[in-house]
Design a protein around this ligand. Sequence first.
Ligand code: CA
Length: 364
Amino acid sequence: MQLNRRSFVARGAVAGAASATLAAPAIVSAQSTITWRMTSAYPKGSPFYMDGPGSATDLAKRVEAMSGGRLRIQVFGAGELVPAFEGFDAVRAGTVEMNHANAYFWTGKTFAAQYFTAVPFGMNFQGINGWLYDGGGQELWNEVYAPFGMIAMPCGNTGVQMTGWFKKEINSVADLKGLKMRIPGLAGKVYASMGVDVKVLPGGEIFPALERGVIDAAEFVGPFQDRRLGLHKAAKFYYTTGWHEAATVSELLINKAAWDKLPRDLQAIVSNAAAACNVIGEAWCQRANSDAMEDLIKNHRVVAKPLPDPVIKALRTETEKVLAEAVAKDPLVKKVHDSYFSFKAKFDRWSEISEEAYHVKVRG
Ligand code: CA
């Protein structure tokens, strides 16, 4: 930094001596432009993830504007530079500096990553942000990624997701047995232990599979994203209980060596742009989902309702078993799990007498 400042002053002095008009280009050249590359698990053009308020491209625009063009982030959709789920390895290797996706895609590398996206029966948007920003979650996220030479931060959130689309009604736990369902991740494990025949399909393959009856049910995101895939044309019953993903965090994954080399003001710009996208992306989802759900119910005769209580109870019991197994296997998972759930216990008690009291007794 000292060297840079001296050479900047020297160049400025020379330019100033020669002519006042030459001083400006000297200042520009002293401010070098850094170009980073960011991959994504989502295809180019995906609303919320790649395009629109709070998306990956929105993050890049904000960083460029705030830094006066000193930090440019080139954004690549899934498959453009690396396949959808290879962003973790690309950032780890330093092939790219950043990846935009969800931490739970990396549970095969480190199971604890699950807690930084969504845990079944976990916290909502307010709770997860409380834990991440101010309850030790952010520090644990970086601790989990330290062995991989990476850091991460929240950069978007879908809010509550929907249980998904079913061709037939679910009236009891028995109705789940033998059901062929598209559902990835930990929720898939929970369903599998309850007799569901779990299928993991990429987003683009869900509609044809559901329409042709290759699967009987499918989970994707929520009203806006699900309608975009046309899932309402393939199944009539839309179960709404977001037991599996109460607030799904988008992850900005960053190569630690690249981050450490970034000037502190640019680090602050990236962190602040990510926090802005976290809120702005979630706000977009609330608006887009309330519009889409109204359209699905009014214009497409979709039957939207919560899962029956005994089914939710059984899902909770299975989730607790699956999480207990993961905690027993790995001390780091235990550390993250204990932090997450002790925060949640306090948050739930507070939420009950604040937000929930408002929703139940005041809002009407
Ligand atoms: Ca989902």
